[in-house]
Design a protein around this ligand. Structure first.
Ligand code: AN7
Length: 353
């Protein structure tokens, strides 16, 4: 069996890589695009597709950008990489650093990183630093530390990250035979919405697509600086991945929104959790809460008549649900435990969790 072609090779002609760029890979990209029949019936949109980015090697879309950033760091002779993260960037950086045998340090907001992500950073051998502050503090410190320590910063302020992440837009166009009418996507540090827009613009220019999608981004209502047009000093949301008050790619996201005729809107934690359990229970797809923000936004818009005229839409499910087991367990009131006895088991079946 030939190995899956690595993302860098597959898109070498559209990425800033050369013959001398190491073909680093953990099997990233080429993720499933899955139809969502329940959401189609609920919203009345003829085609709703889910881009399941949780199927990437470390369980999030970050792997697409990280493989390019780390390969280029290797090519440039770097020996260490550094990032700030709400969790997924760190998990991805730590994995690719391990693969490339580079040193990696990650800076987290203390107390606000989902358990799965934290355990990934640890098991991949990164130096984990939790700072008493939010993500925005962590990013500022990581930028300064990278400069002082001479490490390569692999946050999405590194343009190579967006270059790698734009490949998801190519895959969507390849799978559908054209761009969708609209893309629904969560917004945190605002790198991914910017990367998708970059990809869709390039896809249209190269003939891979005949049109651009409208870009609909969603922030959590307690962490919605772009929606409010002002920095949020103390962002709060259960979707810790997007608990960000001052997005680094703010201007690029606004450009994507405006050039595409889209919108960036807020969804409440309640809407996010409702979308999260609906995706799991009605579509069989387990994503993390931040990812469910895109679907929460789709449902909200559909209810308000804001999806009229859309025939084909794609929601980006950015991360795997297993990243945040605590959130999943909170849906159950408690586990039922009984004696190893048939009557007891049958009595328990049918009782709600
Ligand atoms: C699952 O890992 O910012 O708008 O440090 O993990 O490109 O930031 C993660 C962000 C959406 C938002 N969904 O994407 C980090 C980090 C998930 C995420 C986002 C993140 P951006």
């Amino acid at each position: 069996m030939p190995e899956k072609i690595c993302l860098i090779d597959r898109y070498a002609d559209r990425l800033p890589v050369g013959a001398g760029t190491p073909r680093l890979t953990l099997g990233e990209g080429d993720t499933p695009l899955v139809r969502a029949p329940f959401l189609e019936s609920e919203t009345g949109i003829p085609e709703v597709w889910l881009k399941v980015e949780g199927a990437n090697p470390t369980g999030s879309f970050k792997d697409r950008g990280m493989v390019v950033a780390v390969a280029k760091a290797l090519e440039a002779g770097a020996t260490s990489i550094l990032c700030a993260s709400t969790g997924n960037t760190a998990a991805s950086a730590a994995a690719y650093a391990a693969r490339a045998r580079l040193r990696c340090a990650v800076v987290f907001p203390a107390g606000y990183v989902a358990l799965g992500k934290l355990s990934q950073a640890i098991v991949f051998g990164a130096q984990v630093v939790a700072v008493r502050g939010g993500f925005d503090d962590a990013l500022r410190l990581a930028r300064d530390a990278a400069q002082r320590e001479g490490a390569t910063l692999v946050n999405s302020v590194n343009p190579l990250r967006l270059q790698g992440q734009k490949t998801a837009a190519f895959e969507v166009c390849e799978a559908l035979g054209d761009a969708p009418d609209a893309l629904f996507i969560p917004v945190g540090n605002a790198g991914n919405i910017s990367a998708y827009w970059l990809g869709f613009v390039e896809a249209a220019r190269s003939g891979l697509a005949t049109k651009h999608p409208r870009m609909f981004g969603f922030q959590a209502s307690g962490a919605a600086p772009i929606v409010r047009g002002a920095i949020v000093e103390h962002p709060e949301t259960i979707a810790t991945a997007i608990r960000i008050g001052n997005p680094a790619s703010w201007d690029l996201a606004v450009k994507a929104r405006d050039e595409s005729g889209g919108a960036i809107e807020a969804v409440t934690d309640e809407d996010i959790l409702d979308a999260y359990s609906t995706l799991a229970r009605c579509e069989g797809i387990f994503c993390e809460p931040a990812s469910a923000a895109a679907v929460a936004g789709l449902r909200l818009r559909a209810r308000a008549g804001g999806t009229q005229g859309l025939r084909t839409v794609v929601c980006v499910l950015t991360g795997n649900g297993l990243k945040d087991p605590d959130r999943a367990m909170a849906l159950a009131g408690g586990l039922i435990e009984v004696d190893a006895d048939l009557d007891a088991v049958c009595a328990a079946i049918g009782r709600p969790l």
